[in-house]
Design a protein around this ligand. Sequence first.
Ligand SMILES: C[S@@+](CC[C@H](N)C(=O)[O-])C[C@H]1O[C@@H](n2cnc3c(N)ncnc32)[C@H](O)[C@@H]1O
Length: 234
Amino acid sequence: MDYREIFMHRGKAYHNAMLRQPSARDHEFERLFDACRPTAGQHLLDFPSGGGYLQRHLAAGVTVTNLELSSGFDTGVPVCDAAAGPHSGPFDHIVCLAALHHIDDQAGFLERLLGQLRPGGTLHVGDVAAGSRIDAFLDGFIGRYNQTGHQGSYLRNDPAWFERIGRVTRIGELSCPWVFESEAQMLDFCNDLFGLVDCPRQALRDALSSHVGFHRQGSQILLEWRLLYADLQT
Ligand SMILES: C[S@@+](CC[C@H](N)C(=O)[O-])C[C@H]1O[C@@H](n2cnc3c(N)ncnc32)[C@H](O)[C@@H]1O
């Protein structure tokens, strides 16, 4: 199954998880802009955007264009083909979050995105790092329990690879914990976001504990999510 087909199956459950817990991934979205924050009057493309989850992390006055690669989220976000890419630029910022590991020609995809930036604009990429605990969790445990399997081409923390595509203005693997009010909420969210089917809750809890790690902080549960973040300019 390619990723367009995969998200035809998983998109609705993913979207429901994001609607039920809209703040769970706040740190993951906010880290995108650690080094360069969109400001009022700027235009940002979120691609692929899922159901348009980035908007709530942006300042008033930032205009967002959401674009998807799959119609499976069923949210009315326009869909385009990865090979064609977006043509509605130029943008001041482009975000590509948690998606590049499903793209075949990653360098070509990023080059097409850079081509849609205004001079001085920034492409913000966030994705699972190759060889990380989360890489093993997704392709191991998650691939076993979702209907579609999971086999990602994860990004290496390799500045030279990114430098061949654009000018790297920051790169690093960073902590961006997912935050929940309870373990039960974390298990529900992960079950739906990852499209798990007939996965025993204890098995999911054990896998999150041993592969990703989670801990209690005050009244909250923090799932120790980490991504590789890179900012590129032309
Ligand atoms: C984990 S979701 C991330 C969505 C959103 N950026 C977020 O952070 O919630 C993965 C995304 O990759 C997209 N995707 C990546 N490669 C794709 C491909 N080859 N065909 C179709 N969709 C693809 C899916 O449509 C989906 O939006």
